[in-house]
Write a protein that binds this ligand. Structure first.
Ligand code: FPP
Length: 250
C-alpha cells in the first residue's frame, strides 16, 4: 500500500539517477554507545530498504558511495569489517536482486578490493546482468579525482585522440560511469555539506539534497522527501529561468 507521502510524488518527473553519500554510521553508533562497525551493520539495513524503495518508486538508477579510495586509511579492523559486510550483502542479496529485477554494477578501483570480495562482486554482477527495473551501482574504492586520472590514462593509452578533438562527450566515455546517465539528485545524509571526492565530474548540474538524518535511520519516507524536494526545484543548466520556462533546448 502506498503511504500519503508517496502519493505526492510526480511519477513523470522522477530523478532518473539518484546518487547517495551514505554518511553518519559512526555517529549513529556513538550515540547508542556501540562500536562503529555496529553502525555500518545498521547502515546495511538502510541500503536494503532504500534500494527496494527506489525500485518501487520507479527510479531507474541508484548509486551508493559505499567505500571511498580514502577509506582504506581507516583502522584495519574497520576496513576488514566493511569488506566483510559488503561480501555478506552480495552473498545474501544476490537472489533478491534478481527477484526484484535489479542489476548490480560497480565503479571504482575494483582491482584494489580483496580477491574474495571482488569474486563475489563479479558473480553478482553476472547473475543480475539481464535485470531491467533498476541499476544499483556501488562505488567501491572510489574517488572522483582517481576516476578522472584513470580516465585520462585510458584516453591516452587508447592512442588515437588528438588534443584538439577532446571534448566533454568523448572524455566522459572513459569514466567509470560511461554507461550511466548523469545524476539528477545527490542525497547526503548526516548533515555534512561536502562532496568528499564523490563523482566530481558527474555532479556538475546535479541537484544536491542534504539531510541531518543519519544513514542508519534513513528509510523510504526520507527518500520520498528528498524526491519531493527535488521536484520543487527548477533545473536551469546555466540558462535563465525564462529560457527554461520557454523550454529552449537544454
Ligand atoms: C560513512 O559513515 C559510511 C561508510 C564509510 C560506509 C558505508 C557502508 C555501509 C552503509 C555498509 C555497507 C554497504 C553496502 C553497500 C553493503 P561514517 O563511518 O563516515 O560515519 P561518521 O561520519 O558518523 O563517522
Amino acid at each position: 500500500m502506498k503511504g500519503k507521502l508517496e502519493l505526492l510524488v510526480d511519477k513523470n518527473n522522477l530523478p532518473a539517477h539518484i546518487v547517495i553519500i551514505m554518511d553518519g554510521n559512526g555517529r549513529w553508533a556513538k550515540k547508542k554507545n556501540l562500536d562503529r562497525i555496529s553502525g555500518h551493520r545498521e547502515g546495511m539495513k538502510s541500503v536494503r530498504a532504500v534500494v527496494k524503495s527506489a525500485k518501487d518508486l520507479g527510479v531507474k538508477h541508484i548509486t551508493l558511495y559505499a567505500f571511498s579510495a580514502q577509506n582504506w586509511k581507516r583502522p584495519k579492523v574497520e576496513v576488514n569489517a566493511l569488506m566483510e559486510l559488503l561480501k555478506q550483502y552480495l552473498l545474501k542479496e544476490g537472489n533478491k536482486l534478481v527477484e526484484n529485477g535489479i542489476s548490480l554494477n560497480a565503479i571504482g578501483r575494483l582491482w584494489e578490493l580483496p580477491q574474495d570480495v571482488y569474486k563475489v562482486l563479479e558473480e553478482t554482477i553476472e547473475k543480475t546482468k539481464d535485470c531491467q527495473e533498476l541499476t544499483l551501482t556501488l562505488a567501491l574504492s572510489y574517488g572522483g579525482r582517481e576516476e578522472i586520472i584513470d580516465a585520462i590514462k585510458k584516453m591516452i593509452s587508447h592512442g588515437n585522440i588528438a588534443p584538439e578533438d577532446i571534448n566533454q562527450s568523448n572524455f566522459s566515455r572513459f569514466l567509470y560511469t560511461s554507461d550511466l546517465p548523469e545524476p539528477d539528485l545527490l542525497i547526503r545524509t548526516s548533515g555534512e555539506m561536502r562532496l568528499s571526492n564523490f563523482m566530481l565530474w558527474q555532479l556538475a548540474y546535479t541537484e544536491i539534497y542534504v539531510t541531518k538524518t543519519l544513514w542508519p535511520n534513513f528509510r523510504k519516507r526520507h527518500l520520498i522527501k528528498a524526491i519531493l524536494n527535488y521536484q520543487r526545484r527548477e533545473r536551469r543548466f546555466g540558462l535563465t529561468g525564462d529560457q527554461v520556462k520557454k523550454r529552449e533546448v537544454i
